[in-house]
Every structure is written in structure tokens, then in C-alpha cells.
Design a protein around this ligand. Structure first.
Ligand code: R5P
Length: 300
């Protein structure tokens, strides 16, 4: 039997692309809220005995998690053989330890909730920092799809003489990977964050690359303070307005405008979170990872 793809609201386009790539069936769902705010979910099709894949990117996660868990529960109680989660953006990865007494290590709690509902997980470049692998967090099989290949292809086709710039040491992994794939130079800046919107960066010597086009790459753009300060730093070195690339275009209210006002020449993103800047499709590598998950499970 073909696998069945269910889309949480807002994920229909990605689910359609994945269904086409996987030659899987799509199945509609109803998700609505009762007057008191509780969630109602219903799968409008027969899941019995079938591999069920729920597509739900997890930006603005608090609005989605309850209905997502209920949908996984509905699949299970209606007989799905296994239930997998495709979350192109995986939320709650940054609070990966207790920075202050009394805090919750949110990454671990959310991983336990999702791990209890799903048999496997596929995501794109989760924010792994102090926790080094997804397997340290999630007790279910998981696959990470790197965005670097698709980003490198986009840069190759769209940017002349790129200089890859990572705004902080955490971005070094992505920037070095992308730069290596296209044979471009790269630099990594040092970032100091004092609060959600209070960020500064220091730019190393980049004058020797003045003729290049700076291409800033970060995994998440949320308030855009990191990108804004990096754009400023690069321009203060006498370089032209850079191209900014986000893997996960979270973009809090007003953030895109602030980035454009700071002098970004172009802002683009991968399509893990639906956003007007989406220009880099990750459906093909996601489908490959999902297929591997399905094949791994079929032998059990
Ligand atoms: C943090 O380490 C991440 O890699 C991003 O740099 C960060 O999440 C960006 O956040 P914001 O856009 O709010 O500066």
C-alpha cells in the first residue's frame, strides 16, 4: 500500500510536493477549534494498515503542537501501521540547557512529547549546538536533511564571486559546507548576544575580498538582529549590500523590513517555513530522507 501524506494547515504545498516525489497518496484532514479554544482533528480517509506521514513545520510551535499530537493520535487509533513526522523546521532547539536556575530545558521536554507520538522524524538542519546530534534528544529514529547542497546550487546560479559569511561560530558548519561545495572563500564572525534583540558582531579583516559579493548564511532568522548587525558590519568594511540567506525564515514581525533597511541587497530562504522570501526548494532532499525512513521501517 502506498504511504499516506497528511498536511497540517499551511503545509499543503510541501505535502503535495513530497507526495509527488514519493508517489504517495494525500489524505485531507480537518483541524478546527471549538469555541473554548480546544482543537478538533479528523482524518478524512482510511489510514488502516498504512504508513502515515504528517507534514508540519514547527514555526510558531505553540499554536500547532496540540493539534499535531492529536492528529498523530488519530492516525494511530484509526489503524496506521506507523506514523512519521516531517517537520522541515524543528522548533524548541535553542533552549538546550538550563541557562538560569528554575528554567526548563525546553528542547528535551518537546522531544519527549513528539517522541511519544511519532515513530520517526525527518527535519532540515535543526539548531544543534550544545546537543550535538538529534539522536541525543529524540528517542525515535530521525534523519537530518542538510540545506547546504540546495543553498550552494542557488548561490552558484545567482551570485557572482561569492564570499560566504557566517554571523557566528554556530553558523560556521553551514557556511564552510556551502563554501566548500562551490569553491568560494568564507569567513565567520564573532557574535555577542545580550538579549533577544540586543546583538553585536565583530567582523574580521575582509578587505581583500572587496570585489566579491558577500553572502550571509544563517540557519534561523527570527528577529533578524543577527543578520542586521552582520549586514552593517560587512558594509562598514566597504563591501556592497550583501545577499542574505536563511535556512529557516522565521522572521518575527517587522524583521524582514529591518533587514532590507539595513542594506541587504537580496533576502532569500529555503522553503522549510512558508515565507515570501522562499526561493530554495528542499522537497527533493526531504523526499529522499523520507524514503529511507520508510524503507528502514518496512524491514521490521
Ligand atoms: C543562533 O545561534 C542562530 O543560529 C541564529 O543566529 C539566531 O537564532 C538568529 O536569531 P535572530 O534573527 O533573532 O538574531
Amino acid at each position: 500500500m502506498k504511504p499516506l501524506l497528511l498536511a497540517m494547515p499551511g503545509n499543503e504545498r510541501m505535502a503535495d510536493a513530497l507526495a509527488a516525489a514519493l508517489k504517495a497518496d494525500r489524505c485531507p484532514v480537518t483541524i478546527r477549534h471549538f469555541p473554548d479554544g480546544e482543537s478538533y482533528v479528523r482524518i478524512a480517509g482510511d489510514v488502516a494498515g498504512r504508513e502515515t506521514i504528517i507534514v508540519c513545520t514547527l514555526d510558531r510551535p505553540d499554536e500547532k503542537l496540540v493539534a499535531l499530537c492529536l492528529l498523530a493520535g488519530a492516525a494511530r487509533e484509526n489503524g496506521s501501521s506507523r506514523v512519521g513526522l516531517v517537520a522541515p523546521y524543528l522548533a524548541y532547539m535553542r533552549q538546550d540547557r538550563r541557562f538560569n536556575d528554575g528554567e526548563a530545558t525546553s528542547a528535551r521536554h518537546v522531544a519527549r512529547w513528539l517522541g511519544a507520538q511519532f515513530d520517526w522524524l525527518v527535519t532540515v538542519d535543526p539548531h544543534l549546538h550544545r546537543i550535538r546530534t538529534l539522536a541525543e534528544l529524540y528517542g525515535i529514529p530521525s534523519q537530518v536533511v542538510p540545506a547546504a547542497g540546495a543553498i550552494a546550487e542557488w548561490i552558484s546560479s545567482n551570485v557572482r564571486q561569492p564570499l560566504l559569511v557566517g554571523p557566528d561560530e554556530e553558523s560556521a558548519q553551514w557556511v564552510a559546507d556551502v563554501a566548500g561545495r562551490i569553491g568560494a572563500p568564507h569567513v565567520v564572525l564573532t557574535k555577542t548576544r545580550r538579549g533577544d534583540r540586543d546583538v553585536s558582531v565583530s567582523v574580521p579583516q575582509i578587505e581583500r575580498w572587496k570585489g566579491h559579493t558577500a553572502v550571509l548564511v544563517d540557519d534561523i532568522v527570527s528577529t533578524a538582529r543577527t543578520m542586521v548587525e552582520t549586514v552593517r558590519g560587512v558594509r562598514e568594511c566597504g563591501m556592497a549590500g550583501p545577499v542574505c540567506i536563511a535556512v529557516h525564515a522565521i522572521f518575527a514581525a517587522g524583521a524582514l523590513g529591518e533587514l532590507q533597511d539595513a542594506g541587504a541587497a537580496q533576502v532569500v530562504s529555503a522553503d522549510t517555513v512558508v515565507h515570501p522570501t522562499n526561493a530554495i526548494s528542499l522537497a527533493a532532499p526531504l523526499a529522499i530522507a523520507i524514503r529511507e525512513m520508510l524503507e528502514a521501517g518496512s524491514g521490521r
